[in-house]
Every structure is written in C-alpha cells, then in structure tokens.
Design a protein around this ligand. Structure first.
Ligand code: SF4
Length: 310
C-alpha cells in the first residue's frame, strides 16, 4: 500500500505531501463535484486502516530524500476522519519527521459532531474543513450525505471544533453555479461563518472534472459572495481562468501537451496530468474517438500518441 503521494504543488499549501489513509472511495458523503468518482461505500463507521509499521517505513524513505515540503496533508481517497485514532497517525508523522513539518487535515466536516474525532484532531497544525452549503436543501443536493449526517450537526461540529482546537482553521466553501451561489445563500453563509469563527474562509471552485455536469459560478458573483461573507474570506482564485475553461477541454489540453512531447502509457499520464484514473480513461476514449490521438503497442505496452506527432 502506498500511503503517501507527492510532494505536489498545492494552490493553498505550497508543497504538500499527501497522505491517504482510507481505502478508495469510502466516504460519509457523495459530493457532486468529487474528482474521485462515485462513493463506493457510504458509511459513518470508523476503522483503523493503516499499518503503522509500513506507514512509518514509507515516510522515512521519503524524508530521507530531503524533498521540499510545506505541509504533510492528511486527506486522500475518501474521508480521513473515517480512520479511527487519527491522533496516532498524526503522532507517527510528527515522531518520524522529528516534528519538522506542519500537519494539515482536510476533512468534509461530517464527523466533527463526534467528540472523539475533534479530540483526535487536536495535534494537527491546520484543519481545512469544508462546508458546501448554508441550507439543508443545498447540503443534500451537493453532498448527498449518509442518512446519519444531518446538516445542523455538521455546523455544530464546526462550532465546537473552533472552541476546542488551538491551531488554524481554514473553512472551505466549494461554489457550484445555480446550486449554492445565490446571494441569499451567501447571506446565510455569513451568519454561519460568524458562529464558526474560522481563521479564514476560502471560496473554492470545482476546477477538475468530476463526471457530473457542474456549472462554474460567474466570477462577478463569486466576488459579491466574498464581499458578503466579509474580511476573512478569500477566493482561491489564481486559477480562476483555468477554472473557466470547460473541464473536458482543460483535461484534453493537458493530455495533448504531454503527448506532444512524448508518447505515454495510461500510467504515465495518470502521474503527470493529475487526473483520477476513471476520468482520465474517459478523456482518452473521447480523444481516440475524435482522432486526436492514436494507440500503439510497443514492447507489449499500450502507448498513446498525439496524432500530429504520429
Ligand atoms: S467528501 Fe471529499 S471524498 Fe467524499 S465525496 Fe465529497 S469530495 Fe469526494
């Protein structure tokens, strides 16, 4: 099992060494914008998934190469708080790295209503919890939660987290056009944010393809929402232009750019383009149909080649 990926440049965290501690794709939610595809196991049951000896070995090997790391970020291929005893994971990271790196946990907030989850998170340096809705209606529509996850409980969990957690909290709101980007919803967000009192609020946009047809909100509207929510709010915006491209166009461009340089296998593309396997496979299929790329077998491996370069 590979528990770590990267370090990868992250829009918010600098160089982030990702940590994946739950199997794919176990989650409490099944968000419309999820890049990992549909949730295969929707649950609220927590398990201890990681083999700590292997985990430590893998991390030591990475650290010995002295990579540039700004954060070690626990997120991965499902909801990380579904892992039991997250404090043990954080402790292992801190001990193995001599406390040299800050640890961040990226969570969908759904289990923060549980006291034990908040307690386990105490040793993190930064928590990025998300809250994609200001109303129960948008919550159900966007996040399609497990039946035990109730919107009010999620908000209360976030309020309690702020009271108990001494590190930084950056609340993330993913804005989806026509669903949670009305100015009315923004005013409710403002009230909820005031109760939670995070250090920052980050408005994010679903810039990667997810399989669902999602409309990006108009940028002028995003700016208005930021203004309504107030001083702590920022737009994760340096990539807004990229976000405005249609998802498939953007993915196709990335694949073409890579294949213009060299032929590549599916695995090469997965590593370099940064798309999830299923999404990448769909894009490749589409590009083959359109004749933009061709397939060639070489040494018993399938390579994709940009048609112009073939
Ligand atoms: S919480 Fe994260 S992993 Fe779970 S469905 Fe939503 S985006 Fe995907």
């Amino acid at each position: 099992m590979n528990y770590f990926y990267g370090p990868v440049p992250s829009r918010r965290l600098g160089f982030s060494l990702g940590v994946s501690i739950t199997p794919k794709k176990i989650c409490t939610l099944d968000c419309l914008y999820c890049q990992l595809g549909k949730t295969t196991k929707k649950t609220v049951k927590r398990f201890f998934y990681v083999d700590l000896i292997e985990f430590k070995k893998e991390l030591t090997k990475i650290i010995n190469n002295n990579p540039k790391i700004d954060y070690i970020s626990i997120s991965g291929s499902g909801e990380p708080t579904l892992h039991k005893r997250l404090d043990k994971i954080i402790d292992t990271i801190k001990e193995t790295t001599n406390n040299e790196y800050r640890v961040c946990v990226i969570t969908n907030s759904s289990l923060l209503y549980k006291k034990e989850v908040r307690k386990e998170l105490k040793k993190a340096d930064l928590i990025i919890p998300s809250l994609d809705a200001a109303t129960n209606k948008s919550f159900s529509r966007i996040d399609k939660p497990h039946k035990q996850i109730i919107f009010k409980k999620v908000v209360d969990g976030l309020i309690n987290l702020r009271k108990e957690f001494k590190g930084k909290i950056w609340l993330e709101i993913m804005l989806l056009g026509g669903i949670n980007d009305s100015l009315k919803e923004a005013r409710i967000f403002k009230k909820i944010v005031a109760k939670i009192n995070p250090d920052k609020v980050q408005l994010n946009l679903p810039i990667r393809p997810s399989g669902a047809s999602i409309v990006l909100p108009d940028y002028e509207r995003v700016k208005k929402i930021k203004k309504i929510i107030g001083k702590k709010c920022e737009i994760v915006s340096s990539f807004y232009k990229a976000a405005q491209k249609k998802f498939s166009e953007s993915a196709q461009e990335d694949i073409t750019k890579y294949l213009n340089i060299r032929p590549a296998t599916m695995r090469d593309l997965e590593k370099s383009v940064g798309l999830e396997k299923n999404v990448l496979a769909k894009q490749i299929e589409k590009m083959l149909d359109l004749g933009l790329i061709i397939k060639k077998i070489y040494n018993r491996k399938v390579y994709f080649i940009c048609d112009r370069a073939a």
